[in-house]
Design a protein around this ligand. Structure first.
Ligand code: KIV
Ligand code: ZN
Length: 391
């Protein structure tokens, strides 16, 4: 069990379950298996492969992913319903490491309108569902849906019940992405401190991105004592998405001085995984997306390019190689400076040009860049060949 005294953070990927709940992101079985295999190669600890009671397709996906993946734990999601739990147990049978993940809402709003259940009945459902899940598997996660909008004393009562019934992981989701980091970190800490048996379970965070705070909230939750983070590749997920795996992992790696926690992720696999999920789902990654966007390691401004040519650390806080990219790119455009232009000429094999020729070519390149949004290597080659021909 990973306790707050440990610096190891479990990475629980839910691309195949919460990610797939993104409108338009559904995947077929073969695609899910390819993603699951990639997640395993990355070093993901837990792969949530689906919601077995939701459909035959989800059942089959959990079963097949469980057959193919041998190292990571496979989780199947269930409501606090007997049938859901039995379907999940059935789907997980062939998996080497099985986890049943059961959830129920705990916030006043959800209990009153969605569940139409009294708080005492919710506590009873937690006891029944977790106990039943424990009859099937040893590894049981319980989630308090809408946990961040749940009254603290009631949340602690629910958590205490889940742990007594045998839950080994307790997840406190920010289901609607409502929390802010300081508040959410304090919530995780408070639940751990106020729940008498909290040291018998690993605490987990699961944050949605409705206010763009999913990653910040997850990291605050870790600082508050959570040792499992639930996330998805490219931040895929319901509405504005879930916390992005690549951002969590690279934040922990890059700022280990401030966030002294480790994951088991081989970060060099991140770009490949991001591209795979984007290709399969058809969800294009925005160019300025942290870590995996096309511009994440690209520099166009002359001042930045000059700095980069002198020392990459001037404008990059992590290396492109650390996320599986070959190198940074100096994008040639109207903001590029002479130093980057010279470096580009060198890269293209024009090393022996005299100063006058370079100056003239640079002037013509700037004219071209004003007219043309993207200046490709071919444009520069054409421009130089023309310049050489003129001399
Ligand atoms: O966002 C959420 O609350 C969930 C739970 C089912 C874990 O996805
Ligand atoms: Zn969710």
């Amino acid at each position: 069990m990973t306790h707050p005294s440990s610096d190891r953070v479990i990475i629980f990927d839910t691309t195949l379950r919460d990610g797939e709940q993104s409108p338009g992101a559904s995947m077929n079985l073969e695609e899910k298996i390819r993603i699951a295999q990639t997640l395993e190669e990355m070093g993901v600890d837990v792969i949530e492969a689906g919601f077995p009671a939701a459909s035959n397709g989800d059942f089959e996906a959990v079963r097949e992913v469980g057959r193919v993946v041998r190292n990571a734990t496979i989780a199947g999601l269930c409501r606090a319903h007997r049938n859901d739990i039995e379907r999940a147990a059935e789907a997980l049978k062939g998996a080497a490491r099985q986890r049943i993940h059961t959830f129920i809402s705990t916030s006043p709003l959800h209990m009153k309108y969605k569940l139409q259940m009294e708080p005492d009945a919710v506590v009873q459902a937690i006891w029944d569902s977790v106990s039943l899940a424990r009859n099937h598997v040893e590894d049981v996660e319980w989630s308090a849906e809408d946990g961040s909008r749940t009254e603290l004393d009631f949340l602690c009562r629910c958590v205490e019940t889940a742990i007594k019934a045998g839950a080994t992981t307790i997840n406190i989701p920010d289901t609607v992405g409502y929390a802010v980091p300081e508040e959410y970190g304090a919530l995780i800490r408070a639940v751990r401190e106020k729940t008498p048996n909290s040291d018998q379970a690993i605490f987990s965070v699961h944050c949605h991105n409705d206010l763009g705070l999913a990653v910040a909230n997850s990291l605050a939750g870790v600082a508050g004592g959570a040792r499992q983070v639930e996330c998805t590749i490219n931040g895929l997920g319901e509405r504005a998405g879930n916390a992005a795996l690549e951002e969590i992992v690279m934040a922990l790696r890059t700022r280990a001085d401030y966030l002294p926690y480790k994951t088991g992720i081989k970060t060099e696999t991140i770009t490949r995984a991001s591209r795979l999920v984007s290709t399969i789902t058809g969800f294009v990654v925005q160019p300025n997306k942290a870590i995996v966007g096309a511009n994440a390691f690209a520099h166009e401004s002359g001042i930045h390019q000059d700095g980069m040519l002198k020392h990459a650390g001037t404008y990059e806080i992590m290396t492109p190689e650390s996320v599986g990219l070959n190198r940074s790119t100096l994008v040639m455009g109207k903001h590029s400076g002479r130093a980057a232009f010279r470096a580009k000429l060198k890269e293209l094999g024009y090393e022996d040009m005299g100063d006058n020729a370079v100056n003239e070519a640079f002037r013509r390149f700037k004219d071209l860049a004003d007219r043309k949004k993207d200046v490709f290597d071919e444009d520069i080659i054409a421009l130089i060949d023309d310049e050489v021909g003129r001399q």
